[in-house]
Design a protein around this ligand. Sequence first.
Ligand SMILES: Cc1ncc(COP(=O)(O)O)c(C=O)c1O
Length: 369
Amino acid sequence: MKIPFFSLERQHQQIRKQLDAAFGQIVLDGNFILDDQVALFEQQYADFHAMRHCASVANGFDALFISLKALGIGVADEVVVPSHTCFATWLAVSRTGATPIPVEVNPTDFTIDVSAISAVCTSRTKAIVPVHLYGHPCAMPKLMEVAKKLNVSVIEDNAQAHGASINGKLTGSWGQLSATSFYPTKNLGALGDGGAILTDDQELYDWIKAYRNYGSVVKDQHKLQGVNSRLDELQAAILNVKLTRLVGWNNARRENAKLYSQILAGVGDLVLPSVGDDSIQPVFHLYVIQTNFRDKLKEFLLAEGIGTAIHYPVPIHLQPAFENLGRKKGSLPIAEKLSQTVLSLPIWPELQHQEIEMVCEKIKKFFAI
Ligand SMILES: Cc1ncc(COP(=O)(O)O)c(C=O)c1O
């Protein structure tokens, strides 16, 4: 039995009719850019988060970049980011001309260590970008308090946590702005690239709506030198179908995570991810274990037909692209250690319990050898 790290085959078989109908309708209508489906998705995505405004954009990177630009962040500014995250989080900051200032993550839940934020902030710090990594919510109540004290903005990177919550309040609804991605592998994924920004702030929303469309809201009138970053009608129509299933899929991911954690407890040197509690509800975009035998385990599982992945194998501060920041090896030890020990197991919602049991059996076999 082969178990791929990720697959949409079963999901798309289940909703094939709805996807085909949504696609067919757009092809017939012939309106492909900024029309009814985009407007409907923006409304529904904002409502889902109990937020006032949603502006869709072309991808998650743009959602972050445009959010930072909307706050006027640029050259000479500093933005706090987690040391361990997707490359796009840091890149969005540096693309504005600002400097990403890393803060280490908690190795237990992979989210930014809120208690370490104040120490790195200066008069140049303009914002914090907490990332709800792997679907695990950051400690937002505490983080919002710290941000308020420091008088800096918060832009949540919610690309990996659609539907996660803290004290019943969804991730993506805590900061002044939140940015997300609908990359196909995300909990809510399009059939290509897509992204969105949420905010309650009318002024920021108006600016973003113009900026994403060449700085124009009314045809041929440009109040800003904006960009072209629009979600397609086709992608919006697909997302409208998928949004109705998100809660169910997230529940299935949680069940899968629970099963992994039950079976893998105490196996080898494994460190298992935190599964949350009544107040912290992760959505397991990824189920990430830690082991000192990561590369060997990955190889072993592959030979047994089981796909895994590494998020992320090279710490961002050691990527050649960020050499200019001058952060040497050893400067962010937690991020560096995680890059060597993390392994993502298959967690997609349509996985059968017996398939998860099979993955666990193979992992136990590896540690018994
Ligand atoms: C945490 C995080 N931030 C930002 C992004 C960027 O999203 P995109 O690939 O849609 O540009 C991603 C996804 O790739 C992500 O996982």
